[in-house]
Structure formats: structure tokens, C-alpha cells
Design a protein around this ligand. Sequence first.
Ligand code: CTP
Ligand code: MG
Length: 180
Amino acid sequence: MVGSLIATAFWAMLPAYVPNNVAVLAGGGRPIDGGREWRGARVLGNGKTWRGTAVGTAAGVGLALLLNGIVDPISATVGVDLPTFDLRAAVGLAFGAMCGDIGASFLKRRSGRERGAAFPGLDQLDFVIGALFLTFLVAPGWATGVFTRPVLVVVVVITPVLHVATNVVAYALGVKNEPW
Ligand code: CTP
Ligand code: MG
């Protein structure tokens, strides 16, 4: 029961987990805010780039399509009826995750935090909020079917743990500048 909730939550959120990590590898080039400031600080900062956002979103959508191709054998193996992603849900999860992260940078700059500064809580959940919000907006039928109340609870509990773990690994491997 709890196992199948965790499997469903993890599977359904995979297209939202991958974009930010891919953006770390793909980032660079022109920042989204074009270097502009607002009220004495950058609007978003150099850590939010067009390339990172585009490649991260594409990777999340691509992963969703890839998962659709293997959902049947994986469901059979795990013994859980895992969801197939419709295209709008895939875009909502991937692009929503990137938008949540971008929104968090906007808030960090407004609160005087420099690029790379930690914002505990927000750092771990910004992309979950963005991904769920956009997915419920663009694919409401799919979202309500997959993200039931218990699945949402599991998402909110496991995501920060996974996020901290992957960022610590990325930092240890030298691909990320800070371990958050
Ligand atoms: N990145 C990007 N575009 C995005 C998100 C991330 O190019 N939309 C890349 C940037 O190179 C960024 C790195 O991924 O430096 C790490 O992402 P993140 O930790 O979200 O950004 P920070 O540099 O820490 O900046 P901020 O303080 O605004 O979060
Ligand atoms: Mg950061």
C-alpha cells in the first residue's frame, strides 16, 4: 500500500525531477533576465538561463515519453499500475518544475540572497509547487487521476529527501557549485 504510493509518486514526478538537474549541466549563455535589475537586485540572476530552461524542459518531456514506452513492463515487474504521461501532463511537469525554480530565484533576489545562496524549504519544494500547479492547470483530468491526496502527501515528503540527496551527490561529483 505505502510501497505502491511511493512508486506512483516517484514515477509521476520523474519528469519534474530531471529538468533542474539537466539545467545544471546544460546551463550557461544568456540569462533570462538579460542582466536587468529590479529594486536594487537582479530580477533572477545569472543562474537562470534560456538554455538551461529549454534543455531542462526538453529533457523532462523526453523522459516522460521514454517512460511511456516502458510503463507496461515496469508496472508488471513492480506490481503497481503506474501512470502513462499525456503530452500536456509531461510539459506541465517539466516546464512547471523549471518555472517553480525560476520563481524561487525571483524571491531569493527580492530577499537579498545572492546567486547560489540557500533558501531552506523553498529550495527543496519550489519545483514541486511549480510542477503540480502547472500540471493541474494544463492537464486537470490527468492530474486529479494520478495525484490523489495520499500520492500528494508522499510527493511532499519524499521530494525534499531526494532533492537533498541528488544535490549532495552532484556537488561531490563537482558538477554543482553548492550542495543545495
Ligand atoms: N540553470 C540554468 N537555468 C535554469 C536553472 C538552472 O541555466 N533555469 C543552471 C545555472 O547554471 C545554475 C545551475 O543550473 O547556476 C544551478 O541551478 P540553481 O541552483 O537553481 O541556480 P543558482 O546558481 O544556485 O542560482 P539561484 O540562487 O538563483 O538559485
Ligand atoms: Mg542554487
